[in-house]
Ligand binder design. Structure first.
Ligand code: HEC
Length: 129
């Protein structure tokens, strides 16, 4: 059994940000998945692309591997996407029209700090491999 409850794990993560450079990739990956779950991102997003739904409707949100692929050649994507996560996607200038459902991403600033959002975005942008 895992020794930490999720809330404990993310509290530990935040306390250890200065040491994250020493975390192994697997530890960092586990911590980022937990953070994304704790912050509600996984209610809409998935890591891997989802198969088409039985009812024919598109997924709620793009998978993060698809996001990583789309922005792989954009060196400032991490900055733009951190802003998008904090303030929400502009409903008039959506980037995933036709590939996801009609609802756009609401602001997440009430649940996540800019630093946490930046860590998540930096992590999800390299999920392309
Ligand atoms: C209520 C559902 C919902 C939640 C919760 C949510 N997202 Fe999103 N997200 C979306 C949708 C829908 C889009 C596609 C927006 C568009 O078409 O531009 C999106 C797009 C994105 C993108 C790509 C933006 C772009 O311009 O291409 C990133 C990165 C992202 N979300 C990260 C996150 C993170 C990190 C969290 C958690 C803090 C989160 N999302 C929470 C629905 C959600």
């Amino acid at each position: 059994m895992h020794p930490f409850r999720p809330a404990t794990l993310s509290a530990l993560l935040l306390a250890t940000i200065p040491f994250m450079a020493q975390a192994t990739p697997a530890e960092n990956d586990a911590a980022m998945r937990q953070l994304a779950t704790d912050k509600g991102c996984m209610a809409c997003h998935s890591i891997d692309p989802k198969p088409p739904r039985a009812d024919g409707l598109p997924p709620i949100a793009p998978s993060w591997r698809e996001v990583a692929l789309k922005y792989r050649d954009d060196p400032v994507a991490y900055r733009k996407l951190t802003d998008t996560v904090m303030t929400g996607a502009d409903p008039k200038a959506r980037h995933w029209v036709g590939k996801t459902g009609a609802a756009t991403m609401p602001p997440n600033a009430a649940t996540i700090s800019a630093e946490e959002a930046r860590m998540l975005v930096n992590w999800l942008l390299v999920l392309v491999r």
